[in-house]
Design a protein around this ligand. Structure first.
Ligand code: ZN
Length: 189
């Protein structure tokens, strides 16, 4: 995918393999290095999934990149952070749709696009983007302000003030989760 900075071609060692399984495997290995904890991106022993990643990841990442650009569009260029966004299956025990590694430069956002319907991907990106923008993992008043700004800019429902703000913001914007995220990653949905 020419011009896409998150293309897998940036990650493989040397030439991009013509074998989708090899491309998928190398991609997932590379993404592991960007996770807060490598265990978040366990490379599954599942040839169907790995091959599916090799065949489809560039198109999915291009879509996530579009959402990232939409978030960037809500801020003046001089306050935008350098952010990289990549799709990956995330280990179910962590129970998250996305994570933001603020300790990386550029900040790395990883999104498990199998956990939500494509219509919700932007919402997941918005949440992680707010962490990236603030360079903070917290769900505090500053996070509330940034999420409000992004939601209003992108036509999503903004959060309301609550007593249990932290817990509420942890799951904002709201998304509906799929029962079996791996089905998506194996091309079944
Ligand atoms: Zn969060």
């Amino acid at each position: 995918m020419p011009g896409n900075p998150d293309s897998i071609t940036r990650y493989g060692a040397g030439e991009v393999s013509p074998d989708p399984f090899v491309r998928g495997y190398e991609y997932l290995q590379a993404v592991r290095q960007l996770a807060l904890d490598p265990k978040m991106v366990e490379v599954p022993d599942n040839p169907r999934l790995i091959t599916w990643v090799g065949n489809h990841i560039d198109a999915i990442n291009a879509q996530l990149h579009g959402s990232l650009e939409a978030c960037h569009g809500c801020f003046h260029a001089e306050v935008r952070r350098q952010v990289r966004i990549l799709a990956t299956p995330l280990a179910p025990e962590f129970g998250i749709d996305g994570c933001c590694n603020i300790w990386r430069n550029p900040v790395a956002i990883l999104i498990d696009v199998g956990r939500t319907a494509p219509a919700d991907w932007l919402r997941v990106v918005v949440h992680e983007y707010a962490h990236a923008h603030l360079c903070s993992p917290g769900h505090d008043r500053r996070f509330f302000e940034v999420i409000c700004h992004l939601c209003l800019g992108l036509g999503l429902e903004p959060p309301q003030r609550q007593s249990e703000m932290e817990t509420y913001l942890r799951y904002w914007p709201q998304v509906s989760c799929r029962i079996n995220p791996l089905a998506f990653w194996m091309g079944y949905s």
